[in-house]
Design a protein around this ligand. Structure first.
Ligand SMILES: C[C@H](O)[C@H](O)[C@H]1CNC2=NC(N)=NC(=O)C2=N1
Length: 538
C-alpha cells in the first residue's frame, strides 16, 4: 500500500562501487537519511528522503539480526515498483532484463565473496586441493614441508589439474598427531601463503586450515582468502570474532570434543539431524554474534570427526540436497579424501594414497545428482576429483523438461478475423488442381506476419514461434492445432528445444502445405492469417 495523497517526489537510482559490506552500507545509508533530516513516520508514509539498497553484485541476502536493521537484497519489492525499475533501467538496461528475470531463479549464480572484491563462482562443483605442510601429515608424509618452492610447485600443479582453492594446513588434526605450537604452525604456513599469493592467479583462493585465531589472522594478512576451521570456533574462543573482523569466508566443520577425545563422542540418535542441528547452531552464532554472514559461510559435516563408519555413510547418503535444505542453503564442503572409512570399505590394507578412486565415489555420492551447485570437495588428488565432478556436473545440469499436463482443449470457436479476411475463398480445386506459382506465393506471404517465409521451392509456408519454456510451447502448439482443426486444414507442427548462445529456448514450428496439390494453395495463406490473428490475440 502506498500513500497517494502526498507531495510529488523524485526517484533516482545510482550505481556505486564500495568497500562496505551490504550491512555496513545499509547503516551508512540510514545515517545519511538521519543527517538529511528524515523523521520516523509510518511504513511507506511520506518522507523527506529514502535510501534503499536495490542490488549488490549478484548477492542474495535475507538477514534480520535481532535489534539490527533487517536487510533483503535484491530489494524484495523491486519488481512491483515501476518507479524503481525505470531509473534502474535508465542506468543500465540490462538490469531490468536478464538480472531481474533471473532474481531467485536458476540463472543467478551463487558466488563466494573473497577479499579484494574478488568472487568465486559457485555454479559448479568446486575443488579444494589439500596442501599439507606438516611433517606428520598422514597421507603425503610431509613431502611438501621441505621448502616454500616445493609447496608452490605442488599448488601450481593442483591448479593446473582443476583446483580453485588451495588449503594450507600446518597442524594435523588426526588423532594422536604431535601437538603443534602456535609458533611452529605460523612458521610452517605464513611464508608459504605469501609465496602462494604471489605465484597463483587471483581467481585462485588460498585457505588456511587452522583452529587458531592468531594463525587465521596472520595467514589472511599474508594473503589467505578463506579460513577453514575443523573446530568451527570451539577450539579458540577468539576465532569467530577474528574471522568476522577479517571479513573472509569461514568453513565451519562439525566435530565434537578434540581429535583426542572425539572417538568416544560419536553417539547420535539421528546423525544427520543432530550434526545439522549442531552445525546450524554454529552458523547462527557466527552470523548473529560475529558478523560472519551467510554469504561468507561454508559448512562441513566433518566426515571422520566424531563419527563412526555408519555415521560417515549416513551423512554422505543424506547428500548435498538434504544437508543444504537443513542448513539454510549455505554452501557445503565434503572432506572424505583418503579417510579411514574408505579404506574399510575397500578392504585389505589400503594405504591412504590408494583410496583416491574410493574418495571420488564417496564425494560424488555426497554431492548427489539433485544436490545444489557449488559444493566444495576438499581433496588430495585434484585431477581425479576435478575430472569426475566435471562429468558429474554435466549429468546434473541435464534437466529433462518437466512433464506438464496439456492444457484443456478450448471449447470456444476461434474468433473470426473478418477485418483481415482474404478476398479469395479457398478450395484447392478452384486453382485447377495446381499449386500457387512462386510469384503468387511470394506476394501472398507479404500479407502475413513477417515471421512467415516460403520454402526454397515455394511449396511450403513456414513460421517459427519462440516460447518461454516447454510448457508454454506446448500450449502454443495446442492453440495452433485448434485453429487448424476448426478450419479443417492441417499443418505439420513441431516443437523442439534449441541451445541458443547462453540458454535453451523452445521453438514451435508450423509448416503449411496443401498436399493434394503438392504445394501451396490460398487455403494455406488463409490458415496462416487465422493463426496470426489467434496468436496475436493471445
Ligand atoms: C586428518 C585431517 O586432519 C583431515 O584431512 C581434516 C583436515 N581439515 C579438514 N577440513 C575440513 N573442512 N574438512 C575436513 O574433513 C578436514 N579434514
Amino acid at each position: 500500500m502506498y500513500v497517494m495523497d502526498q507531495p510529488s517526489f523524485l526517484n533516482a537510482a545510482v550505481e556505486l562501487e564500495t568497500e562496505l559490506e551490504p550491512m555496513e552500507l545499509l547503516r551508512e545509508l540510514k545515517k545519511i537519511e538521519e543527517e538529511v533530516g528524515r523523521e520516523e513516520s509510518f511504513r511507506n508514509g511520506p518522507r523527506l528522503i529514502d535510501l534503499d539498497i536495490l542490488l549488490y553484485d549478484d548477492i542474495e541476502i535475507d538477514e534480520s539480526p535481532p535489534g539490527g536493521l533487517p536487510l533483503q537484497i535484491p530489494h524484495p519489492r523491486l519488481r512491483e515498483r515501476e518507479f524503481v525499475l525505470r531509473p534502474l533501467s535508465d542506468l543500465n538496461p540490462s538490469f531490468a532484463s536478464p538480472l531481474l528475470s533471473s532474481l531467485n531463479t536458476s540463472e543467478a549464480i551463487r558466488v563466494l565473496p573473497l577479499p579484494g572484491n574478488r568472487t568465486m563462482p559457485m555454479n559448479e562443483t568446486v575443488i579444494m586441493g589439500i596442501l599439507n605442510v606438516t611433517p606428520d601429515s598422514f597421507s603425503d608424509g610431509g613431502k611438501y614441508n621441505d621448502g616454500v618452492d616445493k609447496a608452490v610447485e605442488q599448488a601450481l600443479k593442483m591448479v593446473g589439474e582443476g583446483a580453485v582453492i588451495i588449503d594450507v594446513g600446518g597442524e594435523s588434526t588426526r588423532p594422536n598427531a604431535t601437538p603443534v605450537t602456535l609458533d611452529e604452525e605460523l612458521k610452517r604456513t605464513v611464508e608459504i601463503i605469501k609465496a602462494l599469493r604471489s605465484s597463483l592467479p587471483s581467481r585462485i583462493a588460498i585457505s588456511i586450515d587452522t583452529r587458531r585465531a592468531e594463525t587465521a589472522r596472520q595467514a589472511v594478512l599474508a594473503g589467505a582468502d578463506i579460513v577453514n576451521d575443523v573446530s568451527a570456533g570451539r577450539f579458540d574462543a577468539d576465532m569467530m570474532s577474528t574471522v568476522g573482523s577479517l571479513r573472509v569466508p569461514y568453513v565451519m566443520m562439525h566435530s565434537r570434543g578434540t581429535p583426542e577425545t572425539m572417538g568416544g563422542m560419536a553417539t547420535y540418535g539421528n546423525v544427520v539431524e543432530e550434526v545439522c542441528g549442531e552445525l546450524a547452531a554454529s552458523s547462527r552464532v557466527a552470523r548473529e554474534d560475529h558478523e560472519i554472514y551467510r554469504w561468507r559461510q561454508v559448512l562441513d559435516v566433518g566426515i571422520g570427526f566424531a563419527k563412526t563408519h555408519e555415521h560417515n555413510i549416513a551423512l554422505l547418503r543424506a547428500g548435498g540436497e538434504e544437508l543444504s535444505s537443513r542448513l539454510g542453503d549455505v554452501p557445503i564442503m565434503w572432506g572424505a579424501s583418503r579417510k579411514g572409512f574408505i579404506g574399510k570399505i575397500l578392504g585389505g590394507d589400503t594405504k591412504p594414497w590408494e583410496r583416491d578412486y574410493g574418495t571420488v565415489g564417496a564425494h560424488l555420492a555426497g554431492v548427489g545428482v539433485e544436490g545444489p551447485d557449488g559444493q566444495i570437495l576438499r581433496v588430495h588428488n585434484v585431477k581425479g576429483a576435478s575430472d569426475a565432478s566435471r562429468v558429474f556436473d554435466e549429468v546434473r545440469r541435464f534437466h529433462l523438461p518437466a512433464p506438464s499436463p496439456l492444457p484443456p482443449t478450448p471449447t470456444k470457436k476461434m474468433v473470426d478475423p473478418m477485418a483481415r479476411k482474404p478476398t479469395t475463398i479457398c478450395d484447392p480445386y478452384e486453382q485447377g488442381g495446381k499449386p500457387l506459382s512462386p510469384s503468387d506465393a511470394a506476394s501472398l506471404v507479404a500479407t502475413l506476419h513477417p515471421d512467415w517465409s516460403l520454402s526454397e521451392d515455394s511449396t511450403k509456408l513456414v513460421r517459427e514461434f519462440q516460447a518461454e519454456d516447454w510448457s508454454e510451447g506446448l500450449r502454443l502448439m495446442n492453440t495452433l492445432a485448434n485453429v487448424a482443426g476448426n478450419n479443417d486444414h492441417y499443418p505439420v507442427l513441431g516443437i523442439e528445444r534449441r541451445l541458443g548462445r547462453k540458454k535453451w529456448t523452445t521453438v514451435v514450428k508450423c509448416e503449411l502445405c496443401t498436399r493434394v496439390l503438392g504445394g501451396l494453395s490460398y487455403r494455406d495463406f488463409e490458415l496462416g492469417l487465422y493463426i496470426d490473428t489467434e496468436v496475436e490475440r493471445e
